[in-house]
Design a protein around this ligand. Sequence first.
Ligand SMILES: Cc1ncc(COP(=O)(O)O)c(C=O)c1O
Length: 226
Amino acid sequence: MAHKVGARVLLDCCQSVPNRPVDVQDLGADWIVASGHKMCGPTGCGFLWGRYDVLEEMTPFMGGGEMIEDVFISHSTYAPPPARFEAGTPAIAEAIGLGAACDYLSGLGMHRVHAYEQDLGAYLYDRLKSVDKVRIYGPPPSVPRSRASLCAFNVEGLHASDVAALLDQQGVAVRSGHHCTQPLHQYLDVPASARASLYIYNTRHEVDMFIDALGDSIKFFTDLNF
Ligand SMILES: Cc1ncc(COP(=O)(O)O)c(C=O)c1O
């Protein structure tokens, strides 16, 4: 639709590139971006991929070493992409680390990564939904392509941050808060939610540990008569 009216499309693929095969030619986007640290790479580094003809039309957004072609008193010309957009000394160590992360994930195979995560995510959902007083947000894993390998949830009568703090004391890290989606939490009419997120390094045993720790946390608060 965007292309039909002459607009360009940039896809934020921070949450898809680490978890599933992403084929830039299939997507048909003009640009895609992703973060290194969400795909086993270093922090402070990510990437922009762009269709070459689109990149060629774009002017540099920053000046510095290596992005210049020729300099005259009256004007300058710029190096072809991607050097045009890589002014100055780049984050060399981080880029090498990101390359290693790409090789690592490609070596595992993104279809396998996706299948593993989907299986583990469904296990998490099934175990969590059987915990008394827990409400999980979003559709069940049986709805195709509806759920990443995570569960955002709340425990009736408890604040998500209290649940997260108690889980933390038992060695289980879940995120709590609005997860950069304040309007969604307003819509759900909850101040916050907790979120257990899984990746390739997590196991069913860890999901079991989380469920046990959550049961203990709920019991702790119930015993206090909250
Ligand atoms: C879809 C999406 N885009 C962007 C970001 C931000 O990425 P970064 O931490 O590299 O700034 C996040 C982080 O949660 C994200 O989920």
